[in-house]
Design a protein around this ligand. Structure first.
Ligand code: AP5
Length: 207
């Protein structure tokens, strides 16, 4: 099964992808995580991507499309994958359609007003990458793996607002794009993580 997770910044794509991956034995591909790993290692791709990510802008289509096309050729994608954060423009969606078949597109539907608090409170472990909210980690300073919780550069409030604007203009139209193709599953994402996942699981099991 090949899936896409669509949704605004902070809607829970990464969180839900990890749960789907375990139950359905799929490979989780997050373009945001790939860019962040490259930024950490200071690779040429990371240096280029950082300019855009830290401004809340999208990385240019040509860089992302090539990256995903190469990633999907790897062996671990043969039994199915979850694309988290790709496609983000109609051009990317068209190109993806030329590369592979997508079985379902899950749209995490949530009001943007609820997401600012989620994102500004998000903390990420600088070692294992696990994500948490400041309200849950304030009693302990380090991650169980020994790493430290830090704020993503693009989770600062002014950048989050830019990301929302980019989402509305460039990514939200993909909801109708996939609705018209007939494979969109709309999931209400303003619920507990476990409840959102329950709805996703039910929808995927009925495919
Ligand atoms: P990316 O990393 O994909 O960022 P994003 O889409 O903005 O999504 P986030 O990672 O911020 O949020 P999420 O939806 O995964 O939510 P999460 O589960 O973490 O991309 C970063 C940047 O890379 C982009 O801005 C762009 O510049 C570039 N990029 C990436 N892909 C690209 C592409 N295809 N084209 C061009 N550029 C690209 O949850 C968020 C928080 O909420 C967490 O703290 C979590 O614990 C919490 N949470 C999750 N679910 C719930 C819930 N149900 N209730 C309460 N809290 C919850």
């Amino acid at each position: 099964m090949n899936l896409i997770l669509l949704g605004a910044p902070g809607s829970g794509k990464g969180t839900q992808a990890e749960l789907i991956k375990k139950d359905f034995k799929l490979t989780h591909i997050s373009t945001g995580d790939i860019f962040r790993a490259n930024i950490k290692k200071n690779t040429p791709l990371g240096i280029k991507a950082k300019e855009y990510i830290n401004e809340g802008m999208l990385v240019p289509d040509d860089l992302v499309i090539q990256l995903v096309a190469d990633r999907l050729k790897q062996k671990d994608c043969l039994n199915g994958f979850i694309l988290d954060g790709f496609p983000r423009t109609e051009f990317q969606a068209d190109k993806l359609g030329e590369i592979t078949k997508i079985n379902a597109v899950i749209n995490l539907d949530i009001d943007l007003k609820l997401l600012l608090e989620r994102l500004s409170g998000r903390r990420v472990c600088n070692k294992c990458g696990s994500t948490n909210h400041i309200n849950c980690i304030k009693t302990y300073l380090a991650c169980s793996c020994g790493g430290s919780f830090i704020q993503r550069e693009d989770d600062k409030e002014e950048t989050v607002n830019d990301r929302f604007r980019v989402y509305e203009k460039q990514t939200k139209p993909l909801i109708n794009y996939y609705k018209n193709k007939g494979n969109l599953i709309n999931i209400e994402a303003d619920k507990l993580v476990s409840e959102v996942y329950k709805d996703i699981k039910k929808a995927l099991e009925s495919l």
